[in-house]
Design a protein around this ligand. Structure first.
Ligand code: S3P
Length: 164
């Protein structure tokens, strides 16, 4: 079992990865957390220090290192596909699962978070634009798509486990 989870902020990548690890005793890595440990900075600090472009470079470096560790489940940050280099890298990977949802569902879940710098800076309309812009990129790198619908993280984790 090996799967890389991608999708927009708030779709549930981290929660589903944790459910997969807890329920099925799988090793999992969350690339945002891994990146923060490597850099000894929070996501907000990394955005502030290096800007979004610099953040994306470091995010990809962390992703490469995370894949080297061969976790069974790897959850990536929602914006990694903004970088063309990251997209090229991800296109070489197997089992890249796009967790898909509508913007309203994601927005409902992320609007109160304070740890995501883009939520603070772009607000709802800017994020909705990013959401639209990113669809084709998720599509481009994904080997599979799963609509999260109204399903619980455990239901989704079970389906993912059965699929991979
Ligand atoms: C981002 C998503 C975040 C995190 C950072 C940027 C994005 O990860 O990497 O705040 O650009 O969509 P999650 O998708 O895990 O929230």
């Amino acid at each position: 079992m090996t799967v890389i989870l991608i999708g927009f902020m708030g779709v549930g990548k981290t929660t589903i990865a944790q459910a997969l690890a807890a329920e099925f005793q799988l090793s999992q890595l969350d690339n945002d957390q891994f990146l923060c440990q490597r850099e000894q900075q929070t996501i907000a600090q990394l955005f502030q220090l290096y800007g979004e472009v610099g953040f994306r470079q470091r995010e990809l470096q962390a992703c490469r290192a995370a894949i080297q560790q061969a976790p069974q489940v790897l959850a990536l940050g929602g914006g990694i596909i903004e970088s063309a280099t990251s997209r090229e890298f991800l296109q070489q990977q197997a089992n890249v699962l796009w967790l898909q949802s509508d913007f309203a569902t994601c927005w409902q879940r992320i609007q109160t978070t304070t740890s995501r710098p883009l939520v603070q800076s772009l607000q709802e309309s800017g994020l909705a634009d990013r959401f639209q812009k990113r669809q084709k990129w998720y599509h481009q790198v994904a080997t599979d798509v799963m609509d999260i619908g109204q399903q619980s993280p455990l239901d989704l984790a079970t389906q993912i486990y059965q699929k991979y």
